[in-house]
Ligand binder design. Structure first.
Ligand code: F6R
Length: 617
């Protein structure tokens, strides 16, 4: 949701900013902009609707001209994607430039006030209001210096923001601030980097400060990093962290798209999620986050899982897992609904938040609400040190590695892996999962990375061929039962978000309560029908579809005959216990969505209107 890059040091700021924006383009990609301080301390701005490549076309002349600057890649909130609405935005006196990620909710009131004072606005953005508010405070009192004016302005706004600001009269200085949107400061040798995540600077330094909520920093080569609280200007001691991220992890590694790379990484990512946790030989699952708070889980009235999108689908499967194996009641809620419906939460509830990015605004707000009401908060995040990871009482990282493709794939299967470990761990502890079953289940779980590897090898080409037949299709149905009902929802979401084909997921039995009306010879139906998991019932559903001439794409176990005989296309996956089948079945569904989208010429890694990290509600 918008990417910010900033730099001051001895290297060419243009290169650092542009390359950094390319790495952050997954966060937003409808427009891009850059501002550099030139040799006369003047601010040079270039910005445009479109991608970073479009920005490069108009800004190459700035290459080699400056050692300090900042840039932005946008995901529109206020105002359509256009040159005018692109960041950086300049103040009326053209002296202050600002890039912003987030939403200033009271921008309208401030805009009215500024308009009355004579300010004018070129864009429809909330950001232009903020940059002019900074100018306003400086104009008001000539004693007010630049960082102070930024602080005054931030104290007037509410909403969510990560900002970086430059001022022509304060050369060599970058001022940053954050509330609700992430911002990291990379500390190099005689250079500083600013970015929405560490990927733009990981090749230059392994040391970073993650700016905390409600903090701002003034950064210059002369005075280093001065961190203050926004509300009362108290000085904060910087906490420098060592980055675990490597450059290799954030590059495509020979794949055409990040999404394909990430689909193929799943044997490794699922293995990494279990590493050090699943100790099959010792017959234990080690999860400090759960173990240290086992009484909370044991005595919980219920577990509430909150999440959005794909993570919400993982949560639904988590419900099946935890209720089956640990027999603890689970409710799964969309974070956006939970936070606004005055939910009943007590200190006997355990709330699990699932979020790949760890920055999703709705999930974060729902968590804060649950925390205020006394619930114990557990996080399942992929991004280390993300905002959600930091406000939870305890949690487990998924360790899937950076997920750059906007459509979530390996993070989803890693979330399922963590939820499986939690369910087995709790079930074993509270006696609902007997030792023999536990041992056999963990041995099977341990082999899941190999199962995924087999599925990738055996289905990749087949699915590629199947995809060719559906390039012009306009609708899809995805059906599954039990554990594979959420897998069907996820399959449908993958297809719609990257191919723009309308797709619906349903529990297979619900089909006859409405969606069956849609079925004719033009409707493809993806049906997940593994042997273990209401197979006989699924057979009846397939017959109902067949009778209405629907085109059946069946995901079945190897050696299946009954469903396969009725299906138009058959994708075979290895047989597993039912609880593992969503992990294995999701892989060919990810491939199906991917190849259909590629054949339709869609931008798979950066689908229209989407962003990787949804930091606005
Ligand atoms: C879909 C997708 C989104 C996210 C959702 C929540 O492929 O990626 O639906 O799952 O925006 O994001 P996180 O998990 O970062 O909270």
């Amino acid at each position: 949701m918008c990417g910010i890059v900033g730099y001051t040091g001895f290297q060419d700021a243009y290169d650092i900013v542009i390359n950094g924006l390319r790495r952050l383009e997954y966060r937003g990609y409808d427009s891009a902009g850059i501002v550099l301080e030139d040799g006369n301390n003047k601010l040079e701005v270039e910005k445009t609707k479109g991608k970073v490549d479009d920005l490069v076309k108009i800004s190459e002349g700035l290459k080699g001209t400056s050692k300090i600057g900042m840039g932005h890649t946008r995901w529109a909130t206020h105002g359509v994607p256009s040159d005018r609405n692109s960041h950086p935005h300049l103040s009326n006196n053209n002296k202050i430039a600002l890039v912003h990620n987030g939403i200033i909710e009271n921008y309208d009131t401030i805009k009215t006030m500024l308009t009355e004072k004579g300010f004018t606005f070129k864009s429809e953005t909330d950001t232009e209001v903020l940059v002019n508010l900074i100018q306003y405070f400086m104009d008001l009192n000539s004693e007010t210096d630049f960082p102070t004016a930024v602080r005054y302005a931030l104290n007037e706004v509410y909403g969510a923001y990560a900002i970086t600001v430059m001022h022509e009269d304060f050369p060599g200085v970058l001022v940053v601030g954050r509330l609700g949107s992430p911002l990291a400061i990379g500390i190099g040798e005689k250079e500083y980097f600013i970015a929405s995540d560490a990927s733009p600077f990981v090749e230059f330094t392994k040391e970073a400060i993650y700016l905390e909520e409600g903090h701002m920093a003034t950064i210059s080569l002369e005075n280093g990093v001065d961190i203050r609280t926004i509300n009362d200007n108290s000085k904060i001691k910087p906490e420098i962290q060592e980055l675990k991220l490597s450059l290799e992890q954030i590059e495509k590694g020979g794949y055409e798209h990040f999404m394909l790379k990430e689909i193929f990484e799943q044997p490794k990512s699922v293995h990494d999620t279990m590493r050090g946790r699943l100790l099959v030989d010792e017959g234990v699952i080690k999860m400090a986050g759960i173990w240290d708070h086992i009484e909370k889980f044991k005595n919980a009235n219920r577990i509430i899982i909150i999440a959005c999108g794909t993570s919400w689908h993982a949560g639904l499967i988590g419900e099946y897992l935890i209720e089956e194996y640990a027999r603890i009641p689970v409710e799964v809620e969309y974070a956006s609904e939970f936070r606004y419906r005055n939910p009943i939460i007590t200190d006997k509830d355990v709330v699990i938040a699932i979020s790949q990015s760890g920055e999703t605004a709705d999930t974060m707000a729902a968590l804060k609400l649950a925390k205020e009401k006394g619930a114990f908060i557990y996080g399942i995040c992929n991004v280390v040190d993300s905002s959600i990871a930091r406000i939870t009482d305890a949690g487990s990282y998924t360790h899937a590695g950076p997920e750059i493709g906007v459509a979530s794939t390996k993070a989803f299967t890693a979330q399922l892996t963590i939820l499986t470990l939690i369910a087995f761990k709790l079930g074993k502890h509270n006696g609902n999962l007997g030792n023999a079953d536990f041992m056999s289940l963990i041995a099977e779980l341990d082999a899941i990375p190999k199962r995924i590897e087999d599925v990738l090898a055996s289905t990749n080409e087949l699915v590629q061929d199947i995809a060719k037949d559906f390039v012009s299709t306009t609708n899809f149905l995805y059906l599954g039962r039990g554990y594979n009902y959420p897998a069907a929802l996820e399959g449908a979401l993958k297809l719609k978000e990257i191919s723009y084909i309308h797709a619906e997921g349903y529990p297979a039995a619900e089909m006859k309560h409405g969606p069956i009306a849609l079925i004719d010879e033009n409707m493809p139906i993806v049906i997940i029908a593994p042997k273990k998991g209401h197979y006989d019932k699924i057979v009846s559903n397939v017959q109902e579809i067949k009778a209405r001439k629907g085109k059946i794409i069946a995901v079945v176990n190897k050696g299946d005959t009954q469903v396969s005989a009725m299906a138009d296309y058959v994708i075979e996956i290895p047989e597993t216990s039912e609880c593992f089948s969503p992990i294995v079945a999701s892989v060919p569904l990810q491939l199906l969505a991917y190849y259909i989208a590629v054949y339709r010429g869609a931008n798979v890694d950066q689908p229209r209107n989407l962003a990787k990290s949804v930091t606005v509600e």
